[in-house]
Ligand binder design. Structure first.
Ligand code: DGL
Length: 275
């Protein structure tokens, strides 16, 4: 997806993107493709992944520390590319930050409402995201819909293990989506940034008629709109950079991250977190 822009380009500071680990790279990949002139910094909190089964207060603490790090890197905009952190920490981060910050739940909800014809929408995500009922609330702010949620705690470990194309994963996917199929949903939101790697397995078990919503593209449109409205586009003549930081195991990130980013990741730096 390549996005045309009208405004002049005037801000070379990077966009900061973060997640608990690898999943947010699917969002970074969409942003990188759509806005190829923008400098991007990614932070994967690999020391604390998964966020999905952790308490709200600890996810807020991690998110605050990562956000401070990104602010020190002089980012012009932050994308919380993690549904769990978007559900738990985004409202709090918004209160104190002086730069724009967005999550993935609102853009994903908008895209789902737009796509659904029968207004029966399924949402799959981590326990944290599903328990927060954030999708349910966001979707119903836009339009009255029936929203059916399903927590899928086994999917993130299977994806991180590289088992996205495996019969074990296939049968687990089938089990998780059965209750949603019984409700006759016509749209399914991938409420976790890891799940785009399961699109094939999901579509196979859902059938071709059910639309899958990956919030990466919808989030990218929102990023483009903010840059446009606030005149924050990068200068096309400047040299572009992509930087990757993690809180643990940079070598593993390099190896596994490429699957999520759809490009080779060469340089990853480790940052020590205090919490
Ligand atoms: N990628 C995270 C999300 O979108 C989930 C992974 C995790 O549990 O940390 O919620």
């Amino acid at each position: 997806m390549r996005i045309k822009t009208k405004n002049k380009t005037i801000n070379n500071n990077p966009i900061g993107i973060f997640d608990s680990g690898f999943g947010g790279l699917t969002v970074m990949s969409a942003i990188n493709e759509a806005l190829p002139l923008e400098n991007l910094i990614y932070f994967g909190d690999t020391a604390h992944v998964p966020y999905g089964s952790k308490s709200k207060s600890i996810v807020i603490r991690y998110s605050e520390e990562i956000t401070s790090f990104l602010v020190k890197c002089k980012v012009k905009l932050i994308v919380v590319a993690c549904n769990t952190a978007s559900a738990f920490a985004l409202p709090i981060l918004k209160r104190t930050l002086k730069i724009p910050i967005i999550g993935v739940i609102k853009p994903g909800s908008k895209a789902a409402v737009f796509a659904s014809k029968n207004k029966k929408i399924g949402v799959i995500g981590t326990e944290g995201t599903i328990d927060s009922r954030s999708y349910l609330q966001e979707i119903n702010k836009i339009c009255r819909c029936k929203v059916y949620q399903q927590a899928c705690p086994l999917l993130v470990p299977l994806i991180e293990e590289g088992w996205d194309d495996d019969e074990v994963t296939d049968s687990i996917v089938k089990k998780y989506i059965k209750p949603l199929l019984d409700k006759q949903i016509d749209t399914l939101v991938l409420g976790c940034t890891h799940y785009p790697l399961l699109k094939k397995a999901l579509q196979k078990n859902l059938g071709e008629k059910i639309i899958l919503i990956d919030s990466a593209n919808a989030t990218t449109y929102e990023v483009r709109d903010i840059l446009n409205n606030k005149c924050l586009f990068a200068d096309p003549r400047s040299k572009k950079f992509l930087k990757f930081y993690v809180s643990d195991n940079p070598d593993k990130f390099k190896m596994i991250g490429s699957r999520f980013f759809s490009k080779k990741i060469f340089d990853v730096k480790k940052i020590k977190m205090t919490c």
